[in-house]
Design a protein around this ligand. Structure first.
Ligand SMILES: Cc1cc2nc3c(=O)[nH]c(=O)nc-3n(C[C@H](O)[C@H](O)[C@H](O)COP(=O)(O)O)c2cc1C
Ligand code: SF4
Ligand code: SF4
Length: 645
């Protein structure tokens, strides 16, 4: 940007040196350090109570230690996650899962005071060593490739100096010290594709914006993240906000923007708080605001809390909602890069896209192309949830197969159940069957399979899932979220939903499948925006890969997953029943379980509300309660007449 860039580098070096000195003073302190994951997933699992318990126990026992809060490391199944670094004990830093307040107190006494790390509670050491197996030996840790999550769970997101001391904002310096076109060339050469869903090449988008004739260009970070089950963007903003801000600054330099805006889902209060604080700290340090690092560049960022609708994540609806109108998509062109918010040329990029930019600027396009596949370079961050042993956030190189991701990295399906399907790409994605487990995770392979990358939501389902009901669930969501502008989306999804509801109630009819297919095609073709164009995907993919389940519902009144209540019934297998235990009798909320004169158990089907409590209550040794579909197959046992006094 400037002929002589040394003042920029000097200004940065002053900041980085101060930050490094502070960080080194902390790292070299002889006191033990207790690092607690404090993102939403940690807090929801009790991390605040765990922190309070550590602090109380330290005070009560007179033990000195630093309590250091960090973001989410991605292992949400193990929250609250705590790493204790106690150099005097001779042990390496140790990661403890599920640290309750009681465990916290115990660790202060036994580990910090007496030097016993309590091996039975350890997940692993965080570094290779001779004493304790390291977590790096677990697939969950060593099969991941962390580009944008590298600092998550390692630094305190509320302290900018920790980001600076870790090399943060150095990409900003590099960006300020080169021509904007060269930056765009790098991002284009890296092959970065937008992580918000469509996979549009980021460099190309920036080039259009740079060439746009309007003034006062704008960078918007799309953090609306409305997909059920997805929380990658939230976690990044809560755990590593400065990397996203830095990515926005680089984008601003590349396209010549003067302003930035975070559009953050209002239901993410912690992300909003941490981001607001991060923006203020960046301003105070001079990496944001006027005359950034003495370069003469002015760029500041505002934050707008989302309007609470899934469709507001669509870029033109997002713009409308910020402008104060109802969040409704509009026709493109003009594209936002030509005429966006308030008519200004506007680049809209996802959180993960922007977070990927600083490492590319730092390490180069070739480094990035060395990760992932030829057409989808880099990594993908997924929130893997549902019936999987180790749910959480995973960052993998593109090209890893679904099988590796679900079974090797996330531990497979719990409770000895079989894998049935995986829903990828949020409510508008597709449900893929076991036949697709060897599909590589990249933009194009998932689209070819009928699903899509989306922004990274992944729901894994076991054999008990009903694929008709899963389609109904996702369609129920998109139908409610339709903005109503297009007839096909507004009314077509309603018809689709009505048919699916009927089928799950056991009222399916001959011809329903064909109607679902033709209506789905019509909704896709007749809708303006991505919501309507993709809403039928769960229906179409489940019809393609699980058609037999639809047929079983319609023709036999049978739900193969035994999930649709009207098509199932519970009964008690008298060969297995212990007869005397009565656990099922006591737990039934509607007194449907009865005992006959010879102490047999029966279920009154006219009273049973199919809650499944009796199945849970029946001791595993007997395992006598059976769920069956179709419902009429349940053996009938007559309830004995009531005794008269
Ligand atoms: C219904 C709908 C919802 C969307 N929600 C989001 C969202 O929450 N976050 C996001 O980044 N992109 C979302 N998108 C995609 C955006 O329109 C846009 O393509 C994206 O923000 C561009 O960023 P990228 O190029 O970095 O991927 C959504 C699209 C549709 C159709
Ligand atoms: S497709 Fe649906 S959500 Fe999109 S503009 Fe049309 S009605 Fe609105
Ligand atoms: S499924 Fe629920 S309502 Fe039915 S018998 Fe068992 S406990 Fe009672």
């Amino acid at each position: 940007m400037t002929a002589d860039d040394s003042p920029i580098r000097t200004a940065y070096q002053v900041l980085a040196d101060e930050a490094t000195a502070r960080k080194e003073a902390f790292d070299q302190s002889p006191l033990p350090k207790i690092h607690i994951g404090m993102a939403t997933c940690g807090i929801a699992s009790g991390a605040l109570e765990t922190q309070a318990a550590f602090e109380t126990a330290l005070a009560e026992r007179g033990v000195e230690a630093h309590v250091h809060t960090v973001g989410c490391v991605g292992h949400c199944y193990a929250e609250p996650v705590v790493v204790i670094d106690h150099p005097d004990s001779g042990f390496p830093p140790i990661l403890y899962p599920e640290v309750t307040p009681g465990k916290a107190k115990m660790l202060v006494k036994l580990f910090l005071e007496e030097g016993d790390p309590r091996f039975e509670h350890i997940m692993g050491a965080t570094v290779e060593n001779e004493m304790i197996p390291s977590v790096t030996e677990f697939a969950r840790f060593n099969r991941e490739k962390r580009v944008i999550m590298d600092r998550c769970g390692r630094i305190d997101p509320e302290q900018i100096h920790e980001y600076l001391a870790d090399g943060g904002y150095h990409a900003l310096v590099e960006a300020l010290c080169q021509p904007p076109e060269a930056l765009i060339d790098t991002i284009e050469a890296a092959g970065l594709r937008g992580r918000g869903g469509a996979g549009f090449p980021t460099g190309r988008k920036w080039r259009f914006a740079r060439a746009a004739t309007g003034t006062d260009k704008l960078i918007v970070c799309n953090a609306d993240e409305g997909d059920p089950g997805a929380y990658m963007d939230r976690t990044l903003l809560e755990s590593n906000p400065h990397q996203v801000i830095e990515g926005m600054l680089v984008a601003a330099i590349a396209v010549g923007a003067t302003g930035g805006l975070f559009y953050v889902r209002a239901e993410y209060p912690l992300a909003v708080r941490i981001l607001t604080q991060a923006i203020e700290q960046a301003r105070e340090c001079g990496v944001l605001g006027k005359n950034i690092l003495g370069s003469g560049m002015d760029f500041d960022i505002d934050l707008f809390q989302g309007s609470g609708a899934f469709v507001c994540g669509e870029e033109t609806a997002l713009i409308h909602s910020v402008e104060g109108y109802r969040g409704m998509p509009r026709h493109r062109p003009p594209f936002p890069v030509e005429r966006g918010l308030d008519g200004r040329p506007t680049v809209i990029n996802n959180v993960k896209t922007l977070a990927t930019v600083p490492p590319i600027v730092e390490k180069g396009a070739d480094w990035f192309r060395g990760i992932g596949t030829a057409d989808s370079p880099g990594t993908a961050v997924f929130s893997v949830v549902g019936n999987v042993t180790h749910p959480g956030l995973v960052e993998i190189p593109m090209g890893v197969t679904l099988r590796e991701l679900i079974f090797d990295i996330c531990g497979g399906i719990p409770n000895k159940k079989k894998f049935k399907a995986v829903q990828i790409g949020g409510p508008s994605g597709g449900c893929l069957s076991a036949d697709f487990l060897d599909t590589p995770v990249d933009f194009d392979a998932l689209t070819r399979a009928g699903a899509m990358m989306g922004s990274g939501g992944m729901v894994v389902m076991d054999e008990d899932a009903c694929m008709v009901d899963v389609s109904r669930f996702f369609l129920d969501f998109t139908q409610k979220e339709s903005c109503g502008k297009c007839t096909f989306c507004r009314i077509g999804t309603r018809h689709l939903l009505d048919i699916l509801r009927r089928i799950t109630r056991g009222e399916g009819r001959e011809g329903d499948i064909e109607q679902l297919e033709s209506l789905s095609r019509a909704v896709k073709a007749g809708s303006l925006c991505g919501l309507g164009k993709t809403a039928p995907n769960p229906v179409l993919t489940s019809l393609a890969y699980f058609r037999d389940e639809y047929e079983a519902h319609i023709k036999e009144g049978r739900c193969p997953g035994r999930a649709c209540r009207p098509l199932t019934a519970f009964y008690i297998d008298l060969e297995k029943c212990a007869r005397g235990c009565d656990a099922c009798v006591g737990c039934c909320p509607v007194d449907a379980v009865f005992t006959t004169s010879n102490r047999k158990k029966g279920i009154d089907q006219s009273l049973c509300v199919k809650c499944g409590e009796c199945m849970v209550a029946c001791p595993p040794d007997y395992d006598a309660v059976v769920k069956i579909s179709p419902a009429h197959l349940a053996p009938v046992i007559e309830r004995p007449p009531e005794k008269k006094d």
